[in-house]
Design a binder for this molecule. Sequence first.
Ligand code: SF4
Ligand code: SF4
Length: 199
Amino acid sequence: MKRFNCLCCGECCSGDIDIFINHYDLYKMAKHLQMTGTKELFDKKFVELKEGQNNVFLPKIHFKTYPYKFCPFLINDPDENNILKSYCSIHPQTKPLVCKLAPISREYDTETGRTQYFYTRLADSCLGNHDCDDIDVQEVISPFLKEIKYEEIFFQTLDWIIKSRITDYSDELYYFPVSCGYDDIILNNSLFRQQILIT
Ligand code: SF4
Ligand code: SF4
């Protein structure tokens, strides 16, 4: 079995890319940064909303723009050989699911509930090992099954919002306090409750 070997060059965490994150990622980040709620992530410009597929607004990491575009969680440090390396300051637990699974991407079908996993080259200039055709997807995803389930509930919720033609949902969906457990948060959110009752 092949394993992906990241050389910490930071290319996939900088430049003109969109790192879309999920609802549980917001919770993890706000908790980690000792915020009282997720609105602070938006107010302090760690996260922004961007219109995606089906005109739905999704949270994405707000990249810094000076001296170049890069993720606000990226830090550069020299290694023991004094070679500059780029590290994720919220690795391993808090970083978004999409970053945890990389270089595996997932496509979730809300109709069938099925997920397709595939290997994605992270950046054209990525120096990591790309000989990943027979990478063991199950091994990559198995530590994150709970987060994957949360993401599926989030995608189903977005799907229900679109089908219900609800337009004014962003504040209710994306701003929430993080003082209690995540299960309680989604159970007490009227948008999620609709979804959980249906599924
Ligand atoms: S959260 Fe971490 S891994 Fe993800 S883009 Fe930012 S620095 Fe890179
Ligand atoms: S571009 Fe490739 S080698 Fe560089 S940090 Fe990203 S995964 Fe690692």
